[in-house]
Design a protein. Structure first.
Length: 357
């Protein structure tokens, strides 16, 4: 089966499988290339490559919501924080928790889970928080919804800073085992890519994008606006929580300031650069931006044979982003996705569209 690019449109069962297969193929190709790079460089950039994988997971998680609803969210670092602390609380050795968190509830003080259960717990905890506040936040749209999500981030940050018994407050939360490595992180990348593509072309994903394009027409057609936005909100939070757990297993120590506004801006830029409406765009945008920043930082430090003035990385990033949005307002890939299979004919496309209704 040959891969091809497809625009954002309803798909039948065959096309649905092609979309998920394309996302797996694209992410798998990048995983293979990065694995080769890690081997060739004898692990010199292992930490950077693992960090890149976590960034890809977070950007895809952000794209699930922002791309489906058109709402620019500033609150997603709050879900990352929930996932990180939830995973940390159930993975830090019991002896260390007794010393650093003596007032933990008994079930948390003795809890000791492995990496995979802790990651899933982090995702579920974030999804539960999203489900609780979602019916309120998702009643809004546009700038009002964006401001509401920022309010959520501020509230979550204050809760973490003041919940000393669970998070150590402003102090560093430490003792999380360093379990995140290349294969665990990039297995998560492939799984999240498949999940994001599957949701995008599912019925809930199509309804969310219908509301994004024309809320009045969608409501007239019988689509509940709040429910349509709530699905991507909760799924996005789950992915962000899992990404936060991976971050916890990579950093091993963090504090509430690790999950504040400085975390959301890079995610937004990566998603917009690659194409906010594209899962493939989230992957491509994250990789391009990360490597560009590393290249410019190398030039600023003089590590590549010559140096450029400090601040050049931010300056060039701004110029590249402005030019990209000027030439391609939808990002590099727009709404394109890599599909795995045979391109459908016009008649096939019509039949697929009818099946998806």
């Amino acid at each position: 089966m040959m891969p091809f690019l497809s625009i954002d449109k309803p798909l039948g069962r065959t096309g649905y499988g092609a979309a998920v297969g394309g996302a797996v193929l694209l992410s798998g190709v990048f995983v293979g290339l990065l694995a080769v790079l890690d081997i060739v460089t004898a692990g010199q950039y292992s930490a950077l490559i693992v960090s890149l994988g976590i960034s890809i997971v977070l950007t895809m998680g952000y794209q699930i919501f922002a791309g489906s609803t058109g709402i620019v969210s500033f609150g997603h670092p709050g879900f990352v924080a929930v996932g990180a602390y939830a995973a940390g609380l159930v993975s830090v050795p019991a002896g260390m928790k007794a010393a650093t968190l003596p007032h933990l509830p008994a079930f948390l003080a003795t809890a000791q889970l492995g990496m995979v259960p802790a990651i899933l717990l982090g995702g579920l905890a974030a999804a539960l928080v999203a489900l609780l506040i979602g019916p309120i936040v998702m009643r809004l749209a546009g700038a009002a919804a964006g401001i509401m999500t920022f309010g959520f981030l501020v509230i979550m940050n204050e809760l973490l800073r003041n919940a000393d018994a669970l998070t150590r407050g402003n102090q560093t939360f430490f003792g999380v085992p360093k379990l995140a490595d290349f294969w665990s992180v990039y297995t998560a990348v492939i799984l999240v890519a498949a999940l994001a593509a599957a949701f995008k072309f599912s019925r809930p994903g199509l309804r969310a994008r219908a509301v994004r394009e024309d809320a009045l027409a969608a409501e007239t057609a019988g689509i509940n606006l709040v429910t349509a936005r709530l699905w991507p909100w909760v799924l996005s939070a789950f992915v962000m929580g899992c990404g936060g757990a991976l971050m916890a297993f990579f950093l091993t120590a963090f504090s509430p300031k690790s999950f504040y506004t400085a975390l959301v801006i890079p995610m937004m830029v990566m998603a917009v650069l690659g194409g906010l409406n594209s899962v493939a765009g989230a992957i491509v945008g994250t990789i391009l931006l990360t490597f560009w920043e590393q290249l410019m930082r190398g030039l600023e430090s003089g590590g590549l044979g010559f140096s450029v003035p400090l601040g050049t990385s931010q300056l060039t990033l701004g110029v590249v982003l402005v030019l990209t949005l000027y030439l391609r307002p939808g990002g590099l890939l727009g709404a394109l996705e890599l599909m795995l299979g045979k391109p459908a004919s016009r008649l096939d496309g019509k039949k697929q569209g009818d099946e998806s209704r």
